[in-house]
Ligand binder design. Structure first.
Ligand code: PEP
Ligand code: MN
Length: 668
């Protein structure tokens, strides 16, 4: 007991040192910005950030900290430093108390967004809730508040139309944006079974985001509330144990409710974007990456929208959002809301805007503000894998273009000469890159998949694999954990920032699995399951298509063609060994197929040496051989305890073998 107290005291003093160090670092960052302002140097120095991160990772490793932890902490610190540097450069009035009006009551997401946005000045900020969106606009227009916070769009439920309609009339400017990840929980007074809930209170947007979950609850009414925190407060005030609220866990805690179920939103990656409004427009230093929002109407004639947008293209301006809204009182005529990357203080942007004015019937600039989405410095794979590559594996030639007639079209190089590059949450597969996908054959437990994810991340793997629906030869073998496993896989992927790959067995799996998975795998046994291929073709997720055990190149590419022909152009081919007379290996890895496929198709190709070999001692040599023939990546099975694995244990690499493979791949 005494020991525990002593250790806790020590932890407290370490925490105190961390806080003091963070405060000291923030002060230094502010000094830097003053110096940078005098010298006019850019706000961010990516090269320096990269060097600092690499140095910290190696320092961390020296004292037993994982690169992922160091990277995450560093990202938060850099983010804070950019945030305060930006607020310093903005011409916001920094003196005196700022009054910020948000939508809802204490604990609302709009307040959390405001707290995040004004974090560096939080001790000078007073938050006031408002019941309505009009109330917020009025308060800022009448100078009862300095800033207003409004949610404007959600990545699952879409745009909040009311905000757009208000913005078109308001005498306000957008001076900032903030993005929050929205994780919704079902909250109630007592920890009771979900089946006993008879009524749910929620904001309409939150209800839309959890539609699938709510529709499955029997005999349950819904009641909408102006914001999520109000829904929570209502449940507490009414005191009825059979009423629940949908809101964030923090709001639940604030009002003393219990969590009945976490993460009930339909889409795992659920974000809401908020706007910060002020009476006067902000002038943003040219060194801060900016967004500009505007509303415009184009003449009601053929090609007018196209002409307006072409102007932005002509000035190399990147459009980040385009939305149309009906013009009140003018049936079937529309206003367009645009967000683009650029600062109106930049002469090129202002020239483009002038041209745009003459191509439109009305144009109103809603504001120019710092972009919230910032690219984060990532450690190079070579650093994580423990060495620098001397040669680029992907510089190999795509080879001769075949002129002869083939039965597939969209998959062929004749249809598309350049390599297709598929971007999976920022990881690019295809073209000049090389990626490693790794993880267990099957997800077996939360602990197992977390261990794998952590190891993959630490050693430079870029995607996490894990089967949840397993196509086993014997019906008596482990069939996978299904959706329970998928939740574990998604959680591990989120925790370690790794996109996830998992297999789908039937057409009915495609839609529900894509709510979690970044890439859907179609296994060798299903390569010619045409109804599955068709459904995959209707999905918007990239498909990792494995070569069937007895398939020719032509059959393989035709299977891909099914997916492409149904509209999904994101197919990754996977060579995983074919069945031959040879039984010394599980399958025969057909490495000749790689240069052949590279010449026949533009699609990315990865090699799976694990299923080809069937024995772990062969996986590393086959992986290295595969790397030499020019695929775009590898997919490797690993397991924390391969001897205990529930499927494909004999071919799973022990963790240190995977580390060794990564070192050799990136050192060769
Ligand atoms: C797998 O990746 O775990 C798998 C079942 O692969 P294949 O379809 O290549 O046998
Ligand atoms: Mn397997």
């Amino acid at each position: 007991m005494e020991d525990l107290e002593k250790i806790r005291d020590e932890i407290n003093s370490v925490d105190q040192r961390i806080i003091e160090a963070l405060a000291a670092r923030r002060k230094l960052a502010e000094q830097i910005i003053r110096t940078k302002s005098e010298l006019g140097t850019p706000l961010r120095d990516e090269l320096r950030e990269e060097q600092v991160l690499e140095h910290l990772i190696s320092m961390g490793r020296g004292v037993g900290l994982d690169a992922h932890l160091v990277t995450r902490v560093f990202h938060e610190i850099i983010d804070d430093s950019i945030r305060s540097q930006q607020l310093h450069l903005l011409d916001y009035d920094k003196s005196g108390i700022k009054r910020v009006v948000f939508l809802g009551i204490e604990g609302a997401y709009s307040q959390l967004a405001g707290q995040k946005f004004f974090a560096p000045f939080i001790d000078q900020t007073v938050f006031v809730g408002s019941d309505t969106m009009e109330g917020i606009v009025d308060a800022v227009e009448n100078e009862e508040a300095d800033y207003g916070i409004l949610p404007v769009e959600n990545t699952t439920a879409g745009s909040i139309n009311e905000v757009y309609d208000l913005l078109s009339c308001a005498q306000l400017s957008i001076v900032g944006e903030e993005v929050l990840r929205i994780e919704l929980s079902l909250l109630a007074l007592d920890d009771i079974p979900i089946s006993s809930i008879r009524r749910i209170c929620a904001h309409p947007q939150a209800l839309t985001e959890c539609m699938k979950f709510v529709s499955k609850l029997p005999n349950c009414q819904t009641l909408t509330c102006p914001d999520s925190a109000m829904a929570v407060k209502k449940v507490r005030d009414e005191g009825d144990p059979s009423t629940a609220a949908i809101a964030g866990e923090d709001a639940g805690r604030l009002y003393g409710l219990k969590v009945l179920r976490r993460n009930i939103e339909d889409q795992q990656n659920n974000f809401t974007r908020f706007l910060v409004l002020a009476k006067k427009p902000a002038t943003i230093d040219l060194r801060i990456p900016c967004k500009t929002s505007l509303i415009m109407a184009t003449p009601h004639e053929e090609g007018s929208l196209l002409k307006a947008l072409a102007l932005l293209h002509q000035y190399r301006i990147n459009l980040s959002k385009l939305e149309s809204r009906p013009i009140p009182g003018m049936p079937f005529q529309y206003l367009f809301y645009l967000d683009f990357e650029g600062n109106i203080a930049d002469p090129t942007v202002s020239e483009a805007l002038e041209k745009l004015r003459s191509a439109t019937t009305s144009l109103k600039v809603l504001g120019c503000y710092p972009m919230q989405h910032r690219a984060r410095t990532a450690p190079k794979v070579e650093i994580l894998a423990g060495g620098m590559p001397e040669s680029d594996p992907a510089t190999s030639e795509p080879g001769e273009k075949k002129k002869e007639k083939v039965s597939y079209r969209l998959a062929s190089r004749m249809h598309r000469a350049d390599d297709t590059i598929i971007s999976v949450r920022g990881v690019r597969i295809g073209g000049p890159g090389f990626v490693v996908i790794a993880g267990p054959c099957a997800v077996e437990s939360r602990e197992q998949i977390h261990k794998c994810a952590r190891y993959v991340r630490e050693h430079g793997g870029q995607l996490l694999r894990g089967g949840c629906f397993k196509p086993r030869t014997s019906p008596y073998s482990f069939q996978g954990l299904g959706f329970e496993g998928l939740e574990m896989l998604a959680e591990a992927g989120r925790e370690y920032d790794l996109p996830i790959v998992t297999e789908v067995l039937s057409p009915a799996d495609v839609e529900p699995v894509s709510r979690y998975a970044d890439v859907l795998q179609i296994g060798a046994r299903n390569m010619q399951n045409f109804s599955l291929l068709n459904e995959a073709g209707r999905s918007n997720r990239p498909i990792l298509l494995k070569r069937g055990m007895m398939s020719t190149m032509e059959e393989f590419l035709n299977a891909a063609e099914y997916i492409l022909a149904h509209g999904n152009h994101q197919v990754i081919l996977c060579e995983r060994g074919i069945r031959t007379f040879e039984t010394a290996t599980r399958n025969t890895l057909d490495l000749g197929s790689i240069p052949i496929l590279r010449s026949l198709t533009h699609l990315p190709i990865v090699v799976d040496p694990s299923h080809a070999a069937g024995r772990r001692e062969l996986v590393v040599p086959l992986a290295l051989a595969a790397h030499a023939v020019g695929p775009h990546g590898l997919i490797i099975e690993i397991h924390p305890e391969p001897e205990e694995a529930l499927s494909d244990g004999p071919q799973a690499l022990h963790f240190p073998q995977f580390a060794e493979l990564m070192r050799r791949l990136y050192q060769s």
